[in-house]
Design a protein around this ligand. Structure first.
Ligand SMILES: NC(=O)c1ccc[n+]([C@@H]2O[C@H](COP(=O)([O-])OP(=O)(O)OC[C@H]3O[C@@H](n4cnc5c(N)ncnc54)[C@H](OP(=O)(O)O)[C@@H]3O)[C@@H](O)[C@H]2O)c1
Length: 297
């Protein structure tokens, strides 16, 4: 969105510069030449294309306008560690009204909430972005537990429905296909795909009803390119792309938008654990793209 806005801005700037140049040139030529120029087909063509460029730039900027999470209730799954925790901190900095952190382990969740509150306080003390008034809430929930997720969604719809849902909870089993069991495939599918499906079934109806909402699925680079050792993980992360595109098409008409992110290798607790057992070939191939800090991702 940011790149597109910059592109539109550059395009608009080019148009303005062209117009300014044409205006500056005018006094240098005689009135007769000027009239002839105006009558000529070239002038009409230039005017037509300038107008078209301005129109395209405006439409482009409008279609890529950014969703602001300021004042929103942001709900993030897998928010007690790694990428999810970093997303929670960024939501605080961007002045979300309420940030709900979802994970299974309560002590880790509470620690994460404390870190988010510290970020809010630092931002407020420093007079920067973020607000100490943000409410950080912990929710102990297993996203693979359909019944518990649906019950939570129903209670949330009655109290404070989420405006933003980030389906980030996920995990991998990294082994060559021959060493993977059906249970490994099932684990990746249940957590990475069905976890997001349950959350969407629980949260999307209230978003559609209010005609406001943004859903984000956290896929992976392995959701774009299959890599040695990732057959179970990639299967689930590729699936998220189909899910998010179909959902965007369906929910878009109700004012709810769906996006998907494809993070690279990121230095998180999950990644560190995975690195202990990654096959050597996976290590060598993955090294080509490097490892990034969660704050950068
Ligand atoms: N790190 C990477 O290199 C990388 C690269 C590309 C994509 N990703 C994707 O980015 C997302 C986050 O990765 P990460 O590395 O930050 O993960 P992480 O460090 O392993 O943290 C996983 C988070 O998800 C929670 N979680 C796990 N299972 C859950 C469940 N069943 N229900 C609710 N919460 C659950 C964990 O808390 P509890 O255990 O307490 O539940 C924790 O908060 C994942 O979807 C991952 O596939 C990661």
């Amino acid at each position: 969105g940011e790149t597109a806005s910059r592109g539109s801005a550059s395009l608009a700037l080019c148009c303005v510069v062209c117009c300014a140049l044409i205006c500056r040139l005018q006094p240098c030529v005689s009135i007769r030449v000027c009239i002839e120029l105006c009558r000529s087909m070239w002038a009409e063509l230039i005017a037509f294309f300038c107008g078209l460029a301005v129109l395209v730039a405006l439409l482009h900027a409008w279609s890529f306008r950014r969703f602001s999470i300021r004042g929103c209730h942001v709900l993030i799954t897998g928010a007690s560690k790694g990428i999810g925790l970093e997303l929670a901190k960024e939501s605080v900095r961007r002045q979300a009204r309420r940030v709900t952190l979802v994970a299974r382990n309560e002590p880790t969740l509470k620690q994460a909430a404390q870190e988010c509150n510290n970020v809010a306080k630092e931002a407020a003390d420093g007079g920067g972005r973020g607000s100490a008034a943000v409410e950080v809430v912990c929710k102990v929930l297993d996203v693979t537990d359909e019944e518990a997720v649906m019950a939570y969604g129903a209670s949330l719809a009655e109290t404070d429905p989420a405006d933003v849902l980030i389906n980030n909870a996920g995990g991998t089993v990294t082994k060559p296909f021959d060493d993977l069991t059906a249970a490994d495939f099932s684990h990746c599918w249940r957590l990475n795909v069905m976890g997001g499906v349950h959350m969407c079934r629980a949260i999307l109806p209230s978003m559609k009803q209010r005609r406001k909402g943004q859903v984000v699925f956290v896929s992976s680079q392995a959701g774009q390119v299959g890599l040695y050792g990732y057959s179970a993980y990639s299967t689930s992360k590729f699936a998220l792309r189909g899910l998010s595109e179909a959902l965007e098409m369906e929910a878009g008409a109700s004012g709810v938008h769906v996006a998907i992110a494809f993070p690279p290798d990121t230095d998180t607790p999950g990644f560190r654990e995975e690195s202990q057992t990654r096959p050597k070939i996976t290590e060598i191939l993955a090294a080509a793209s490097g490892v990034f800090p969660p704050a950068v991702v």
